[in-house]
Design a protein around this ligand. Structure first.
Ligand SMILES: [Zn+2]
Length: 309
């Protein structure tokens, strides 16, 4: 019997580090959520010792089930990370996480294997599982939130690229555009196509809560221009990949009165005839509160199967 066989009944200690909320819990091998908790992410952001904070947060679960009941800890967060998924280079939402190995810190503290993955990738894994989406071929995920998030799964496996930095759709360059992006370069499409752009419009021009911008100003040209920019980014990806389907999610898509029909029509107008214009299929993400921790568990399960723990 291999070591891997002994892991199959064990639990996942799962943590999603979001921009607003830190969600954590216990997920079993059938992806059933046994425990679920939530704290503001600002607490982690302010914590001097990130490892100590996360250990303290999950300690009640380790005590309740016993450490030997867990096969690993698994993390989901927004960050550029290395191919091995051990170091986060650029984690914009949480202070003090850049260029450290949360994986090493936590595995030392907990004496458990620790896995880490980008939040968009765990989100797509969750949606494929939850929506029972056929994962043969390519499934793309486009998550329009504060930024323009993107992920792809090829034959059920998240594609991370040669250096681990694949699918940064928000940072494709726009010809003739020179705006400075938070990523350190100029002209990224995310500056025109994201919730951040809508938030600026809401605040500086319309003086309304960003969540109501489509409701109150959805017909304004500059609001529609943001939707069009998102659609052009999506069409760029679909043109290259010809995915079987595209999962759409994120806070912007979920806003009241988001012009979904206009968005999809604009994507199609920018696709070749007849395919993929006619063939591309959009699926709405469930975006359940537990998506991050269950997606992180799926990722850990995939990684453990590959690496034969
Ligand atoms: Zn950028």
């Amino acid at each position: 019997m291999t070591a891997g066989r002994t892991q199959v009944d064990k639990l996942f200690l799962s943590v999603e580090i979001g921009g607003t909320n830190l969600r954590y819990g216990v997920v079993d091998q059938d992806l059933k959520v046994l425990e679920f908790g939530k704290e503001p992410s600002s607490l982690l952001s302010e914590a001097e010792d990130k490892g100590a904070y996360l250990e303290e947060l999950t300690r009640p679960y380790l005590e309740k089930y016993g450490k030997e009941a867990f096969c690993c800890m698994t993390l989901s967060l927004a960050s550029l990370m290395n191919r091995e998924r051990t170091i986060n280079f650029n984690s914009p939402n949480i202070k003090g996480l850049n260029n450290i190995s949360l994986v090493d810190i936590l595995s030392e503290r907990l004496s458990l294997p620790v896995f880490m993955e980008r939040d968009v990738n765990t989100a797509l894994l969750y949606e494929i599982w939850k929506g029972n989406i056929d994962s043969r071929g390519i499934v793309a995920g486009i998550f329009i939130g504060t930024g323009l998030g993107n992920a792809m799964c090829i034959d059920g496996k998240v594609y991370i690229g040669h250096s681990g930095s694949a699918c940064e759709l928000g940072h494709i360059p726009v010809l003739g555009f020179e705006g400075a992006c938070g990523c350190g370069k100029n002209g990224c499409i995310e500056l025109k196509a994201s919730g951040r752009t809508l938030a600026l419009l809401a605040q500086e021009k319309y003086g309304c809560p960003v969540g109501e911008i489509f409701l109150r100003h959805g017909q304004e040209e500059d609001v529609l221009a943001v939707v069009r920019a998102c659609a052009v980014a999506a069409a760029t990806e679909i043109t290259i990949l010809d995915p079987g389907c595209v999962v759409l999610g994120g806070g912007v898509v979920e806003m009241e009165n988001f012009p979904m029909e206009y968005f999809q029509r604009t994507v199609r107008e920018n696709l070749r005839i007849p395919y993929p214009r006619e063939s591309v299929r959009f699926i709405m993400a469930h975006s359940d509160p537990e998506a991050g921790i269950v997606g992180a568990a799926i990722n850990a399960r995939n990684r453990m199967n590959q690496e034969e723990y």
